[in-house]
Design a binder for this molecule. Structure first.
Ligand code: BES
Ligand code: ZN
Length: 632
């Protein structure tokens, strides 16, 4: 009952979000309303309001961070000092930072003057504003602090949760609004910062950041970093562990635990080709190196585009390089997202929709059009499924997230509806013109942020008007659902799979299936077509023939488990338990726990598995799963 209630409540809250901010964000709501009435129009840019920060970045902005931190695995905390170099644009007498679950020890101005400050009561969604009184001559603000057990960005792993099982591990996840929980800062994508860092870690461990990185351990365990290109602070990232590096070519390479290094390097061997292909499409790669760190399996995402070092899940190491489009995706963010950044989380589709489009173009260059079409069709299937589940407000490209955590609305709509919108424009104006437009878009807006309105105005001026193209833009951007003119994908490589599905569905005899040369994607297409009318016995027969329960491919295993749960095929039970215990990637966990939660018996089982596995999940995932299981 509780779960039904929670889900219902969530749905109602979604639908009502425009009128009814939840209690714990009332504070923000009022602040933003005040700010809105005094919206300032500068030359040709209306000042943007980011409702997910408590900071006063529009008045006085932090421009550069110097971090001097120690990572302590015994206390599971990071402590030290962050010094902000500030720009006081309005002669403000205080600077406000975002913090969440941090302990603030003291604050100094200009390196030595003791500052007075106030830490506001906690807002569950946004954290605690740290207000520091400043003076006319204040150039720097140094905050001495430490993280706590509750810090949401950090995942602390004991040796048994790592690949080598000998050393602990720690990594951060900043996007969307978690950076404030490991560094006091002005946590808005609107603002860009540069940073330098000195990080002390236990001996025998290596630290890497979204900056220039060391390639081997040193004896002191002190590592220095610099990021001289300006980035939004959700891209601040740190990982510490028993890490080794292997170069792939002169600008790409892999960091991983020793036990994962060779297999990761094999899987990701094509990274250099991807960077070349991306540059051919939309201009020079701006971040010098493109390295990937393969993290322990608790990492809650597939990948995270931290500049110069993408963070990746080990679940893409399939042994056959079949899941590397994820790397193309994170690489594409080096343009869409990291170079040209969504101004607020309401504009998230500008990051992800563009990136999916770019990812598929990179894959088309490397693997050919038929391959990219398979990806697009699987993406379309994801989108259809998501649209069935989401309340209307969250089916729009332009979001209104007042009162919501941005992560709750980061769905396939931004990724796939965004992709199909861009693909539609490509089809209307022709690829040549669209590519020129995109290349210029990235160049003109590099190291800047952009809102949906600014993008639409730019699109109209530079592409639609000159080509006399008419488009139902409002329907795509501001309305729920999928417009009629959504491009249709014909994935020829799936034609054979569809024939096989039809044959198989005649009397569900697996021996008629010819699957010899099927790639991961063909298997996914096939498995997605198994509906709930299939019986447990028929599932067992498929399993006996293809051993799907023990597939080493995470994508295939995940969809197989989900279908099995739906029809109560229990041959998966042990493997499912082991999978949910090991893997913390939210994209896999969510549908599996949701499928379990559909029946009282499954819910009970889900709760048991979750209890035993929770420590292997990052906060981002455990928080989502607790809601699904009615535990929150
Ligand atoms: N930037 C996202 C991950 C993210 C999104 C983190 C929202 C926090 C909030 C990353 O680029 C991404 O989209 N990852 C996908 C991979 C993909 C190929 C679509 C993932 O993790 O599944
Ligand atoms: Zn992405």
């Amino acid at each position: 009952m509780k779960i039904v209630y929670t889900l219902l409540f969530t749905a109602l809250a979604f639908i009502n979000c425009e009128q009814a901010p939840s209690e714990n964000t009332e504070n923000t709501h009022t602040v933003s309303k005040e700010k809105k009435t005094e919206e300032i129009t500068t030359k040709n840019k209306t000042e943007v309001i980011d409702e997910h920060t408590l900071s006063n970045y529009n008045e006085v902005a932090s421009k550069h961070l110097d971090l001097d931190l120690e990572v302590n695995f015994e206390t599971k905390s990071i402590s030290g000092v962050v010094t902000h170099t500030i720009e006081n644009k309005t002669n403000a007498d205080k600077i406000v930072f975002d913090t969440k679950y941090l302990i603030i020890d003291k604050v100094l101005l200009n390196g030595s003057e003791i500052a007075t400050y106030k830490l506001a009561p906690l807002d569950e969604l946004l954290g605690s504003a740290l207000e520091v009184n400043i003076k006319e001559d204040t150039k720097t603000v140094s905050i001495y602090y430490s993280t706590t057990e509750k810090t949401e960005a950090l995942d602390w792993l004991v040796p048994s949760q790592t690949a080598n099982k000998t050393s602990p591990f720690m990594y951060t996840q900043g996007q969307s609004i978690f950076s404030r929980s490991w560094i006091p800062l002005q946590d808005t994508p609107e603002l860009r910062i540069t940073y330098a860092a000195q990080i002390k870690v236990p001996k025998g461990m290596l630290a890497v950041m979204s900056a220039n990185n060391p390639v081997q351990k040193n004896d002191e365990g002190v590592y220095k970093f610099e990021m001289t290109q300006s980035i939004p602070c959700y891209l601040l990232a740190l990982a510490v562990g028993d890490l080794e590096f292997k170069a792939l070519d002169d600008r790409t390479g892999v960091y991983a635990e020793p036990a994962m290094l060779e297999s990761s390097a094999y899987e990701l061997a094509d990274m250099g080709k991807m960077v070349d292909a991306a540059e051919q499409l939309y201009g020079p790669y701006q971040w010098e190196r493109f390295d990937v760190i393969v993290l322990p399996p608790s990492f809650p995402f597939g990948g995270m585009e931290n500049p110069r070092i993408t963070f990746a899940t080990p679940t893409i190491i399939a042994g056959d390089r079949s899941l590397v489009s994820l790397i193309a995706h994170e690489l594409a963010h080096s343009w869409s997202g990291n170079l040209v950044t969504n101004a607020t989380w309401n504009d998230f589709w500008l990051n992800e929709g563009f990136t999916v489009y770019f990812e598929r173009r990179i894959m088309e260059e490397i693997e050919g059009k038929d391959y990219a079409d398979m990806l697009a069709l699987l993406g379309f299937q994801d989108l259809e499924r998501t649209l069935k589940e989401l309340p209307p407000n969250f089916q729009k490209l332009r979001l209104n997230l007042t009162g919501f955590h941005p992560d709750d609305a980061m769905t396939d709509v931004a990724y796939e509806k965004g992709y199909f919108f861009l693909r539609l424009i490509e089809e209307k104006v022709g690829r040549e013109k669209f590519d020129l437009f995109l290349k210029e878009y990235f160049d003109v807006h590099k190291f800047q942020t952009i809102t949906t309105d600014q993008f639409l105005a730019y699109l109209d001026e530079k592409l639609l008007k000159p080509t006399n193209t008419k488009l139902n833009i409002d329907e795509w951007v501001n309305q729920p659902g999928l417009p009629e003119n959504c491009p249709k994908i014909d994935a020829v490589l799936f034609d054979n799979v569809e024939k096989q599905i039809a044959l198989y569905k005649v009397d569900y005899d697996p021996s008629v299936l010819k699957t010899d040369k099927w790639s991961t994607h063909e298997w996914l297409h096939f498995l997605r077509h198994l509906d709930n009318s299939i019986s447990k016995d028929q599932m067992a027969e498929l399993d006996a023939k293809f051993n799907l329960t023990n597939s080493g491919n995470s994508e295939i295993a995940a969809i197989w488990f989900e279908k099995s749960i739906n029809v109560n095929y229990r041959g998966i039970d042990n493997a499912l338990k082991a999978f949910l215990n090991r893997v913390g990637r939210r994209k896999f966990l969510k549908p599996l726990y949701e499928a379990l939660a559909k029946t009282p018996e499954g819910l009970e089982r889900g709760r048991e598995i979750f209890k035993a596995s929770k420590d292997n999940y990052h906060y981002v995932s455990s928080n989502t799963i607790e809601k699904i299981l009615g535990l929150k």
